[in-house]
Design a protein. Structure first.
Length: 342
């Protein structure tokens, strides 16, 4: 292992929407219970884009280092660390840490903790050569997983995994996935692993073809009448919304079968409306889902290591990080972009 230098290159966000500046800054220090990680790759997520554009305010002063789908190796363990050592391969996800003692933390719903800190938001993230990770929140990364393919599992993948778990899918059920981009492409594969028949719904023919290649049994255009087409297949027992538009909500209600579970993940730009009777008479269950827990992250990594979950990624050199942000903002990206820091 190389001697640790005092400085590193980091992509600094200095103004909202402005180009990130690749600058040399001090390598952060691992405090009590923390690990210093040499970052190999970090996925670029839409949440990074929202913070970069200023859609979501950052809770601290600029400059900040974004990036929360990081994979690397521990190079230094801070005081009090007991479970990791230099050389261990770990993942850094969106949750940097939670309080650890509230009702949500104690009941295994830690991502709903009221005192959650996020990587790349409350603390500097992984678009840098090194980043800090709390030992308690490290995800072990199996050695057989490709770093670039594993990176998006840390946020996009686990968000889909947690949503699919909440829907309690049973074999043979019909599952409708609305929006088949990054998160949706994981949900298709995970619903198939539950033994479901999967209907992919999207406005893009290209994304529908991609959904079919990932195992979707049916592909339906969101530009037509997906509710009627899904009812013709028997109606959906579970629906997932990964499309950030309110239009999909009416389509979901018309596609749902009696007692369907509806899981909302993406944030539509407008409020959703419904008559109470629509939910009451059909006994529909509507729930929200965000992020995923540490346990879910470990389960997902095991599935990926067993070859059961695939990521479609495009790797971009660190020097081209600004073009990656621009391309994601323009909506022209198929699959997930992963920045290579090596
Ligand atoms: Zn993310
Ligand atoms: Zn808590």
């Amino acid at each position: 292992m190389q001697a640790l230098s005092d400085t590193m290159t980091a992509a600094l966000m200095t103004t909202p929407g402005g180009p990130l500046s690749l600058a040399d800054i001090a390598v952060p220090q691992a405090g009590h219970g923390e690990l210093l990680v040499n970052i190999e790759v970090c996925g670029l997520c839409h949440t990074d884009l929202h913070f970069w554009k200023g859609d979501h305010p950052l809770p601290r002063d600029l400059p900040v280092v974004l990036g929360h789908e990081g994979i690397g190796r521990v190079v230094k363990a801070g005081p009090g660390v007991s479970r990791y050592a230099p050389g261990d391969r770990v993942g850094l996800g969106f949750v940097y840490g939670t309080c650890g003692h509230c009702r949500e933390c104690m009941s295994g719903h830690e991502t709903h903790c009221g005192d959650v800190a996020s990587t790349g938001v409350h603390v500097d993230g992984c678009f840098a050569n090194y980043a800090i990770l709390r030992e308690d929140w490290a995800t072990p990364i199996p050695e057989d997983l490709d770093a670039a393919e594993a990176a998006p599992l840390l946020c996009a993948g686990v968000a889909a995994y947690s949503a699919v778990r909440k829907a309690r899918i049973e074999p043979g059920e019909l599952v409708a996935v609305f929006g088949t981009g990054g998160l949706g492409s994981y949900a298709i594969q995970l619903a198939k692993l539950c033994g479901a028949r999967v209907v992919a719904v999207d406005v893009s023919d290209e994304k529908l073809a991609h959904a079919t290649s990932l195992g979707a049994d049916h592909a339906v255009s969101a530009l037509g009448d997906p509710g009627a087409e899904i009812q013709a297949l028997g109606g959906a027992d579970a629906c997932f919304n990964f499309a950030p538009v309110s239009a999909s909500w009416r389509q979901i209600l018309s596609a749902a079968r009696t007692r369907a579970r509806i899981v909302l993940i993406s944030l539509p730009t407008e409020p959703l409306s419904f008559e109470a009777g629509e939910l009451i008479e059909a006994g529909l269950q509507v729930m929200g889902s965000a992020d995923g827990t540490r346990l879910e992250l470990r389960q997902l990594m095991e599935l990926a290591s067993a070859g059961k979950v695939r990521s479609i990624v495009e790797t971009v050199p660190f020097a081209d990080i600004n073009s990656a942000f621009e391309r994601l903002a323009s909506g022209s990206v198929q699959g997930r972009l992963v920045i290579d820091m090596r």
